[in-house]
Each structure stands twice: as structure tokens, then as C-alpha cells.
Ligand binder design. Structure first.
Ligand code: ADP
Length: 391
């Protein structure tokens, strides 16, 4: 049974009539729903008309375009030219084979523009292909989002693998290390009062070493949690972060007779818990490495290469600028005097991981204050910067 012909809606009829009568209707559809139209001559090969939007999408105006097929062929990715030619050949042979492909064009500024390019062949009364009408749709943003999500998925898998590796290593190391500590204690008991000073000293060194190793493994585990994190960002008031960290460090502040002052801190776009940890590490260092004066810490912001930088300065013992890279490495410490400045050298390495996972950078300022140290780091201020800085 033949399928009944679909009845055309009266508005559809009206629109088609209007399009034939008034050029502006077609122009409106062209501009608002497409990113370019082209129409090429298959008899006089090489002649081709391209719409204004087509040229604009690739960064060109009327003055720098020739209406020829050679012009676009020089701007399409060579692999995609082969693909589109093959599709055209098949579409001309069989109209049911769609002329439809996503291709890469080179923008005038050198970037890549991803275009979904569709076309239809037009034939004369004898069935000879005479023209090809085509339409472009810009799919660059879509493509970038897909690429980004592929990269994120890949990163997520690698991060998970690394994280589980770190936690397995840490747990596996913890047991033998506990044994070293326990057996050193047992050895001391077995030897009892008969233990001489040298043996006693050796046992103590073993015990201290075991404790230190356990702390280091714990820190490594802590570090790996920050190193391979997938940031979940949102708007965050930096002032409120500083308030929270002041509360977390209240005993250390009291002990250092410390004062933490802020000036004009902006709102940033970041994962709150990570920024709390970042500020906690920097501020607790500022309080710890204070020397013998009451600690004074000053947090402010400035613009660096059109990005927002936060600066944390203190009045403590300072850092020679020769060590400005080394201090961010894991387990690197400048002050080996354990009793005065306790620590393992993981704090700044974690700070760097946190800042870099937001697309930012952290550094020791080149012009250090007369006394004390001054650190700076960049962070995104909004979602657009967050995406851009992490690319
Ligand atoms: P930790 O404090 O546990 O040693 P960090 O990674 O936080 O580890 O810091 C690395 C080293 O950088 C410290 O050992 C110290 O020598 C130096 N440092 C960090 N912050 C300061 C500071 N505000 N003033 C002086 N030295 C600092």
C-alpha cells in the first residue's frame, strides 16, 4: 500500500512561499542557524561562492578571499580534504550516501576550527551533477569539550592508579616499620640493665629512625592525596578561608604571639577544602619559622600577567633565594635543626600540588622583604579563568 503523502502544515507552505518572495527570510535562516554556506560549480570546476559567515568563521573578510575551491582547499586539513573528496565522489554516484563530515580548517590566526560540513548535489534535467550546495556548522566548542573530557578521564584513571599505588606502598611499608620499632624496644628489654651505652645508643637510633620513617610514609600518603586530586571548584571568598585557618591554627598563633592581617583579598574560583589546606600550610610555616619575634603575617593580592596573585609575607627567619626552587620539592628542608623547627618538608610540596591543580603557579618572591619570607601564588578568579588556566 502506498504511504499517504504527508500533509504540509499551512505555516510551512507560507514559509516556503515567503522565502521565494523575500531574500531576507533566507538570509535570516542562513545567519542564525548556520556558520557558513557555499555553492560550487561542478561544470566549471573551481568556481565557488562562500557566504560572509563562512569567511568570518575562518577569520577572513571579503578583501582577503578568492571565490575558488583552491582557496578553501588550502585551508582545510589535508587528511580531511581526502575524506571530503571521497565522500563527494560517493555522494555523486549515490545520492543516498550523505556528503556529511566533521573537518578541520585552519583559522587565519593559526588555530583549528572544527566544522561539520554537509552538502547536497544538484542535477540538471538530464541527471548530470551541476552544482553542490553546502552548509557549515561550527563544532569547535563541542570538540574541545570532548577532548577535555577525554583528557580528564585519562587523568582520572592515572590518578586513581597512582593513588592506590601510593596507599598500597604506604600500608605495606608500615607493617615492617612497626616491627622494627617493636623489636628495637624488645631488644632493649632483653638486654635489660646489662646494656652498655653504645648498644643503648644504637637501639635509640633504630627507634628514632623507625618513628621518622613512619611519619614520612604518612606524609607521603598525605601528599599523594593532594597530588592526584580532581578539583571540584566553585566561588570561594578568600577572607573566609583566612578566618577558618586562623581558627584551625589558634594555638600556634597564640604561641607565636602572632597576628595575621589581610588586605583586599578577592573572591576566587577553587575547591574550598584545598585552599584551606594551602593557606594552612603557608600560614603555619610563617608562624613556625618566626625566629624569636612575635609573628606578623600579611596577606594581600596583586595582578601578575593579568592573573590574580595572592602574596603571603612574614617577618620570620627568611629563605635565601638560592633555595627558591628546592623548598617546593618533597622532603626538602633548609632547617635541619629538628628541635627548633619540626617538620618533614612536605608542606610546600603539597601547596604546589594544590595551586597547580587549579592551573596556577606558586613561587618565592624575588624581592624578599628585609626580614622574613614572601610567597606568591596565582589562582583563577572565575570559571572562565579556571578552564583557561588549566588548559
Ligand atoms: P617543613 O616546614 O615541614 O620543613 P615545608 O615544605 O613546609 O616543610 O617547607 C620546606 C622548607 O622551606 C622548610 O624546611 C623551611 O626551611 C623553608 N620554609 C618554608 N616556609 C618558610 C618560611 N615562611 N620562612 C622561612 N623558611 C620557610
Amino acid at each position: 500500500m502506498p504511504t499517504p503523502e504527508k500533509q504540509r502544515h499551512y505555516l510551512e507552505d507560507e514559509l516556503y512561499t515567503l522565502m521565494r518572495q523575500d531574500d531576507r527570510i533566507f538570509r535570516f535562516l542562513e545567519i542564525s542557524s548556520l556558520d557558513g554556506i557555499w555553492y560550487s560549480d561542478l561544470i566549471n570546476e573551481g568556481h565557488e561562492w562562500m557566504s560572509d559567515r563562512y569567511k568570518q568563521l575562518l577569520g577572513y573578510g571579503d578583501e582577503d578571499i578568492e571565490y575558488s575551491s583552491d582557496w578553501w582547499m588550502a585551508r582545510i586539513h589535508p587528511d580531511d580534504l581526502i575524506l571530503s573528496r571521497e565522500n563527494l565522489r560517493r555522494h555523486i554516484e549515490d545520492p543516498n550516501h550523505p556528503y556529511d563530515q566533521v573537518v578541520r580548517y585552519f583559522h587565519k590566526n593559526g588555530s583549528t576550527v572544527w566544522v561539520r560540513c554537509r552538502g547536497i548535489v544538484i542535477r540538471d534535467d538530464a541527471g548530470r551533477p551541476t552544482r553542490l550546495l553546502g552548509a557549515h556548522v561550527d563544532v569547535t566548542d563541542l570538540r574541545r569539550a570532548e577532548e577535555l573530557s577525554d583528557v580528564n578521564a585519562d587523568l582520572k584513571n592515572k590518578n586513581e592508579a597512582l593513588r592506590s599505588f601510593a596507599s598500597i606502598v604506604a600500608h605495606d611499608l608500615q607493617t615492617p616499620m612497626r616491627h622494627v620499632g617493636i623489636y628495637a624496644g624488645l631488644l632493649r628489654e632483653v638486654l635489660g640493665d646489662g646494656i652498655d651505652d653504645t648498644a643503648k645508643e644504637y637501639v635509640e637510633v633504630i627507634e628514632r629512625g623507625a618513628i621518622q620513617m613512619r611519619r614520612m610514609v604518612q606524609s607521603l600518603l598525605d601528599f599523594s592525596r593532594f597530588a592526584y586530586t580532581n578539583v571540584k571548584a566553585g566561588p570561594v571568598e578568600l577572607d573566609s578561608i583566612v578566618d577558618e585557618v586562623r581558627d584551625l591554627l589558634r594555638f600556634q598563633i597564640e604561641e607565636a604571639q602572632g597576628e595575621i592581617t589581610t588586605d583586599g583579598l578577592p573572591e576566587i574560583y577553587a575547591e574550598r577544602a584545598l585552599i584551606v589546606r594551602l593557606m594552612q600550610n603557608l600560614l603555619s610555616n610563617a608562624l613556625k619559622y618566626r625566629g624569636d619575634k612575635p609573628a606578623r603575617v600579611y596577606i594581600t593580592s596583586k595582578e601578575v600577567n593579568q592573573q590574580c596573585a595572592i602574596v603571603v609575607s612574614d617577618n620570620g627567619i627568611g629563605i635565601p633565594t638560592d633555595y627558591k626552587e628546592a623548598i617546593f620539592e618533597i622532603f626538602r628542608r633548609l632547617h635541619r635543626d629538628e628541635k627548633t623547627y619540626e617538620g618533614l618538608g612536605v608542606g610546600l610540596a603539597i601547596c604546589r600540588q594544590i595551586v597547580e591543580s587549579h592551573g596556577g603557579r606558586i613561587w618565592l618572591e624575588d624581592d624578599q622583604p628585609e626580614e622574613g619570607a614572601s610567597f606568591a601564588f596565582t589562582l583563577p578568579r572565575n570559571e572562565v579563568e579556571f578552564v583557561r588556566m588549566r588548559q
